[in-house]
Design a protein around this ligand. Structure first.
Ligand code: AHG
Ligand code: MN
Ligand code: MN
Length: 357
């Protein structure tokens, strides 16, 4: 037998099979169909991947190119200082989807109102909601950042209205995030589990690296900005006192939700951004951050809550609405909820006693 006739050894064969599982092929495999909707989703995920590659390319060389780092001098609709990278990434998603033919409207935390693509609206059946750069305070110091996305069906008859977006998170049909770290990863769900892809720069393709990820039911990490300790309600302070007093907990907080969630997805634990005195609803935006990540984490067997309600059940009153967020391993989220419930019960009892005089 010549060398060429030798069968490939099994490990080698496995590596090649894995290297061939690209994102668009994976979406079609997940849906087990070549239906028009399956093909739409595959094309949409391909466009997300293109946007991710364009953002990753700029981030990789950000210290070397003009006008990539620093602030623009403007504030966005939420009153936050806008970075040049926020504007760039926001535009990247618009450009990638202008050519998709499938998306008629994009809404992001960096735009006051949704962006319409009139040419697509006659055929475009989907809306993209996104956080173009999550954790933008990390950009100038070359630490990990992310992008978060969700796709919803276009329901309203009037494309220039965003009323139909004011619905709960169960309406999302595809969600995910991109983590720009030592490697660029794309993690997504279309309601059939959670799957991670790693960008192979030599191929320019996202290749499947972990399939059907399950979040541990409990984990050691608690991830919260403890600088806000005296801004929280007593129930959250009590939870943090609990983890300080018990063995087995460790704090991790990167300043970028995507990075913290990625760690928790693989290793377990809980991320919290509760309400504060200054921001009673917390900081994170329901439609661009909390709802997409809640869908993803629940698909992996975890839980996401405001403290009193499932994040996926929350119906926003406005496009840029915020919610408190407690997300991660189901036992850890339930433990935080139990502190909140106990505090609320005690408060009600006190109120009853006071009203009885
Ligand atoms: P963004 O950069 O999209 O505004 O998001 C930042 C978010 C989130 O990524 C992070 O977890 C949190 O804000 C950090 O906020 P604090 O600095 O208040 O902890
Ligand atoms: Mn963000
Ligand atoms: Mn952002």
């Amino acid at each position: 037998m010549t060398e060429i006739d030798q069968p490939l050894d099994l490990n080698h064969q496995y590596a090649l099979d894995r290297d061939c599982t690209t994102l668009s092929r994976h979406v079609l495999q997940q849906l087990q169909s070549f239906s028009p909707e399956a093909q739409d989703l595959s094309a949409l995920m391909n466009r997300i991947a293109l946007a991710a590659k364009l953002v990753a390319r700029r981030l990789t060389r950000a210290g070397l190119v003009e006008d990539a780092l620093g602030f623009t001098g403007r504030t966005n609709v939420q009153g936050e200082s806008v970075k040049k990278m926020d504007v760039f990434a926001n535009q990247v998603f618009i450009s990638a989807f202008e050519q998709s033919g499938l998306v008629c409207r994009l809404a992001s935390e960096e735009m006051d109102n949704p962006y319409y693509i009139p040419d697509n609206c006659s055929i475009g059946r989907y809306t993209l909601l996104y956080d173009p750069i999550d954790g933008s305070s990390n950009v100038d110091i070359n630490l990990n950042v992310g992008s978060i996305f969700a796709i919803r069906r276009q329901e309203g008859e009037e494309p220039y209205s965003s009323e139909d977006l004011l619905q709960d998170g169960h309406k999302q049909i595809a969600v995910g995030y991109i983590l720009y770290g030592p490697s660029t990863m794309l993690v997504y769900s279309i309601g059939h589990g959670v799957h991670a892809f790693t960008l192979d720069p030599s191929l320019g393709e996202f290749i499947l690296s972990s399939e059907n990820i399950r979040i541990p039911d409990h984990g050691p990490v608690y991830s919260v900005n403890e600088g806000n300790f005296w801004q929280w309600e007593e129930s959250i302070r009590n939870y943090i006192r609990y983890v300080h007093r018990h063995e087995g907990y460790t704090a991790r907080y990167s300043g970028a939700l995507v990075g913290d969630i990625h760690r928790i997805l693989f290793q377990g634990g809980v991320f919290l951004y509760p309400g504060t005195v200054k921001k009673p609803e917390g900081k994170l935006r329901l439609l661009y951050e909390s709802a997409p990540l809640a869908f993803l984490i629940e698909q992996a067997g975890g839980k996401a809550s405001t403290g009193t309600q499932s994040i996926l059940d929350v119906v926003p009153e406005k496009l840029h609405a915020r919610t408190p967020l407690i997300i991660g391993s189901k036992e850890d989220v339930a433990l935080v909820e139990s502190f909140i419930q106990e505090h609320n019960r005690e408060q009600q009892e006190r109120e009853i006693l006071t009203s009885k005089g």
